[in-house]
Design a protein around this ligand. Sequence first.
Ligand SMILES: C[S@@+](CC[C@H](N)C(=O)[O-])C[C@H]1O[C@@H](n2cnc3c(N)ncnc32)[C@H](O)[C@@H]1O
Length: 281
Amino acid sequence: MSRPEYKIKSTNYNDISLRLARKIFGIEHLHYGFFTKGIKRDIQHVPQAQEAYVKNLLKYIPRGVKSIFDVGCGTGGIAEELVKKRYNVACVAPDPYLTNLAAEKTKGRAQVFTDLYENLDAEPTPGSFDLVLMAESCQYVNPERGWEQHGRFLKDKGYVLIADFFKIRPLDRDDLSKSGHDLDRFLSVADESGFKLLKKIDITRETAPSMDIYQGIITQYVFPIAEAIFEFISRRYPLIYRFMSMLFKEKIIKLHARYSNQSAAIFTQYKGYFILLFQKK
Ligand SMILES: C[S@@+](CC[C@H](N)C(=O)[O-])C[C@H]1O[C@@H](n2cnc3c(N)ncnc32)[C@H](O)[C@@H]1O
């Protein structure tokens, strides 16, 4: 029986906003910052906090690991670090803009695949990796299929290292961001799929300041720019404006409400950011 093909869902178009962040703010990684005490909590210091995130995460790679599959590699910033540390690296992401960057950054020293992780099959070689790394990409991958894929690509006793945020309590309001898997459910799927949890480190306190910074960018830059564009269209092309309002009004109101509710305080109420290390049983 043939496997279902997974298709890129709208959430994967986050890549478009990620590209913008890179162009406008010079951000090279696409994950949250890890704000330790010495790092100022503003947009200028996000690159420094993102480097701290990588440094902290790579500490959890177990000894003896030689080959790493970086799933959801973004711009390839982490893969570049791994290659420098002489690991054998492969990476995958569904967006060609990002995988081209990853190929450039790793200078031909990593295998790079452009697809959803869920769809990979014969390549890279199944059973060839000591560790699968998911740095803030786990939330985009179907959990059941994800664990099946980890089983396929890892060697016996191989590891899965995840850094991501998860829902830790039910979302009891409509205007909250739904992103992130439910933690308890995710951990039980891992267990049922044959993976043992070795480490669970809570880094919510260090990563949550990113939310206040992103919320600031959205309310101070993105919303005002979008409003100015709509204002321009309404004056210059009133018919087009009316047509667009009819189609998108509800959606825009929802987006506005959701993106106005992304502060660190709200984030920490509903989500937790964890580093999780698993081993194939
Ligand atoms: C928030 S970014 C993190 C990127 C990178 N790991 C980092 O730490 O900067 C999420 C990444 O996951 C990728 N992604 C989303 N859905 C995916 C899927 N189903 N399979 C593989 N990668 C996926 C996106 O293209 C993006 O590169």
